[in-house]
Design a protein around this ligand. Structure first.
Ligand code: RUQ
Ligand code: CUA
Length: 649
């Protein structure tokens, strides 16, 4: 109990309620300690539990020190979580319509979703994998967040001024991604790499033509910081063989200008287990070695400027032969079903896991760079890409345990690698390649994230193990279980698990953890702002100028305002068959004074945050009277914030 009392001393500093000298407890202090003991006993808590509680408990009114942006997996969203409390702070709608935020309901956000359209089908979900915070000089700058959709090869841009999705881009060049999103150290480019190869630009080729007709690619999406948007025209891609590229990471500091991609299919297996071929999972695991792809993207940029590209599906593509000849692309062997590729904070080493390995392999960037400069190659792959010998490129290997995947770093020269099969986090020293500690996770850890753990200056402190299985961790909720985020303390000599947080919304893969004081979100929009253009909308409505305008035979523009606690106009009269364009400005300038706008039967719900302007267009194809009302409890007279859409037959 002694250390608990000491902890209480710290927690109750100033209250002078507890004896802190190690001598006899004062009468009040003794009383509290007894109460605490009784409470621990009643709840079955150990001393370690209480210590964990003291490290994570965040009292009412107190904010968290770190914020985590976790992929929302299948939900197509991003989940914002406070650390150490592990409280969920927001779901950011990204690839999936989300009614509370009015996302995918107003014309503005419908336009954002349409940016990611492939062909004619509306995509209403995503398999979000890897979020990436924008960086300046290799460090998080707190301005933007990007995330990739594996299923549909899309990248989204989220502005952290208002935590809202501003842009979605896709290219028909590729058919899926996985190495996405990863940023170069100054966010010049957002990297998106193919997972499953398809013919470049889409189109048909029989899987039997896999070797010749199927390809991967790394897309370098140019980010225009001034505009806060991806510039599609200034983006380019580098063609890859169909090796099933996997994770990606951009070099930093000494390795700035390069990007690294692991891959898993030198066998060129393409399935066909009912056609006499091995199934993919064994077909792709035959060879001992696959290839890490090393791309000199600065050189690639120059080639594009020099016109050495072909345009495929609107994307400038450096073809494989050009990339190989010009020294843009080289391969380095990677052992045993590689997964994960993570650059050390100083940019000097590249760490690659192996799903069927017991080691993490640590490559030296300096050795790779030398080999590329001097053309010290051991041969070429069937596509003519030069190969650097494994022995030439590695600095060493570190024996960690079963199934190393992903690696994060701290401020003390340590690395933390997730071991999927062994279901632990392994801590090891980057300098000596020595295993230092392990902590069990429950169960089957995939990615992990430490505080600013993939930047040039990681903080250490906290780590979250992102576990795939939850089994006996929580109350039972049927056969589909949540994922389990386990908060791990990195400040103690041995790593300790502090907290289990269920995450019941898809399988998040990766996350980013940033110091909360690096973020400076706005509180309100300037009056009439369109959050997607970041400008005052030309259609913004000011108080007193509300009106209904009929244009031509069957088009109606409704210029409406919202303010506590009414819409003006609150009766909108249109005719059956009219195309109705609602232009609504929230006139509020008070923090958190959000109004919703719901319209019965027309599948419309908007969120109008203070100052925000939104437009929504629909066809009045049902005659009748349709209640419209505010869906945010904004005032005492919120229920009265309502009206009617009258559609005359
Ligand atoms: S990859 S753990 Cu995107 Cu490892 Cu999922
Ligand atoms: Cu506005 Cu409720």
């Amino acid at each position: 109990m002694r250390s608990i009392k000491i902890a209480l001393c710290i927690a109750a500093a100033g209250a002078a309620a507890v004896s802190c000298g190690g001598g006899k407890a004062s009468s009040t202090g003794g009383g509290q300690a007894t109460e605490l003991t009784a409470l621990m006993k009643a709840r079955g808590l150990s001393e370690a539990d209480v210590q964990a509680a003291l490290k994570t408990y965040t009292p009412t009114g107190k904010a968290d020190e770190y914020m985590v942006f976790a992929s929302g997996g299948h939900s197509g969203q991003v989940i914002v979580i406070g650390v150490p409390s592990m409280r969920i702070l927001k779901y950011i709608a990204v690839f999936t319509p989300e009614p509370w935020q009015g996302y995918g309901f107003d014309d503005q956000t419908k336009g954002v979703l349409a940016g990611g359209k492939r062909g004619t089908t509306d995509l209403t979900w995503a398999d979000t994998h890897h979020p990436a915070l924008s960086e300046t000089g290799g460090d998080y700058d707190g301005k933007y967040l990007f995330i990739g959709d594996k299923a549909n090869a899309r990248i989204a841009v989220i502005d952290l001024a208002d935590f809202a999705t501003k842009q979605i881009v896709t290219t028909e060049l590729i058919g899926s991604d996985h190495g996405a999103a990863f940023v170069t150290p100054d966010t010049d480019y957002i990297v998106e790499t193919t997972q499953y190869a398809t013919p470049l630009g889409g189109g048909y080729a029989d899987p039997k033509e896999y070797k010749d007709k199927y390809r991967g690619a790394a897309v370098f999406w140019r980010f225009d910081r001034q505009k806060g948007r991806i510039d599609k025209d200034a983006s380019f891609a580098v063609e890859f063989p169909p090796y099933v590229q996997d994770l990606a990471d951009a070099g930093k500091k000494v390795s700035d200008g390069y990007a690294f991609f692991n891959s898993i299919n030198t066998e060129l297996s393409y399935g066909g287990n009912a056609e006499g071929n091995p199934p993919m999972e064994s077909g792709m695991s035959q060879n001992d070695m696959d290839f890490m792809h090393v791309v000199n993207w600065r050189k690639a940029e120059e080639l594009v400027k020099a016109g050495k590209f072909e345009t495929i599906a609107g994307m400038k593509v450096i073809r494989l032969a050009t990339a190989a000849e010009e020294g843009v692309l080289a391969f380095v062997p990677e052992p045993k079903s590689p997964h994960g590729v993570d650059i050390t904070p100083d940019g000097a080493d590249i760490v690659v896991g192996g799903k069927l390995d017991t080691h993490a392999t640590v490559y030296s960037f300096a050795k790779i760079k030398d080999a590329m400069a001097n053309k010290t190659y051991e041969g070429k792959d069937p596509y003519g890409v030069p190969i650097i010998a494994f022995k030439t490129a590695i600095r060493g290997q570190v024996e960690l345990g079963l199934g190393p995947l992903h690696t994060q770093f701290d401020d003390k020269g340590n690395a933390y690698t997730s071991l999927f099969l062994e279901t632990v986090v392994a801590k090891w020293s980057v300098a000596d390649l020595k295993l230092l500690d392990k902590v069990s996770t429950h169960y089957n850890i995939g990615h992990l994230v430490s505080a600013e753990g993939d930047t040039v200056s990681p903080d250490g402190r906290f780590l979250i193990a992102m576990n795939k299985w939850a089994l006996d961790r929580f109350n039972k909720v049927g056969p589909l279980l949540p994922q389990n985020f386990q908060l791990v303390d990195l400040t103690t000599p041995k790593m300790t698990v502090l907290y289990d947080m269920p995450l019941p919304l898809g399988e998040p893969h990766y996350a980013q953890m940033i110091r909360a004081d690096k973020l400076a979100p706005i509180e309100i929009y300037p009056p009439g702002e369109d959050p997607i253009t970041d400008e005052i909308s030309p259609l913004a409505v000011v108080g007193g100028k509300e009106r209904v305008e009929r244009k031509g035979a069957n088009e109606v523009d409704v210029h409406m305002t919202a303010i506590r606690s009414h819409f003006t106009p609150d009766i909108v009269r249109v005719k059956l068959g009219d195309t109705v364009r609602l232009h609504i400005t929230n006139l509020e300038q008070a923090y958190d004074a959000t109004h919703g706008f719901a319209l019965n039967s027309y599948n419309i719900n908007l969120s109008l945050e203070p100052g925000e302007h939104a437009d929504v267009t629909f066809k009045a194809d049902k005659a009748g009277v349709f209640p419209m009302y505010c869906t945010e409890f904004c005032s005492a007279l919120h229920l009265e914030m309502a009206g009617y859409l009258v559609v005359e037959p």
